[in-house]
Design a protein around this ligand. Sequence first.
Ligand code: VGL
Ligand code: ZN
Length: 208
Amino acid sequence: MKALLLIDIQNGFCPGGNLAVGDGDKIVPVANALIDNGGYDLIVASQDWHPANHGSFASQHPGKKPFDMGELSGIPQVMWPDHCVQGTPDAEFHPDLNTDAFDYVQQKGENPAVDSYSAFRDNDQTATTGLADYLERQGAAILDICGLATDYCVSFSALDALDMLPGVKVRFIEDASRGIAAEGIKAAIATMRAKGVIIVNSSDILNA
Ligand code: VGL
Ligand code: ZN
């Protein structure tokens, strides 16, 4: 069975959002086409879902500005602008995204003491979200991953999927994803490829 995992396609990561990714909204029609015509048995979405005092926010660290490096619970942490705060419009899915099609939503980033780029586990790899168990129970054999942002939540999720779902074929859909920084995107794709993630485009799936 074939599952699609849509990472953080939320207002906060689209133009006008608090942590906007360039052209983040351009992936919404691609994601909708994959939902409708990608041949998936299961559609899963992750949602960055932070409390207002989340420790990844520069606002919680006196003297730090957004995008500075800092520390959170003793590990290096990018200081983000306040984003995707629970219950705010910034945390909602993009209004054009076909959320009716979602079978399961995995929220993440709720613990203020640790960031959670991956939809599968926190950055310190201590607490898991339960998503790997869910996908295993559903019998996922192919997991296609796309969304925002390639250099953070998308690539972290793809690498954790390889690690936590042995035997599952993991693919990254490049044109259904956007990232924060050009160099970071390049490095993330190279790392995914090197570790065994298959890099595809939506046309490979829609025309299969
Ligand atoms: C993300 C930074 C902070 C993402 C989430 O969705 O890629 N990046 N929180
Ligand atoms: Zn976040």
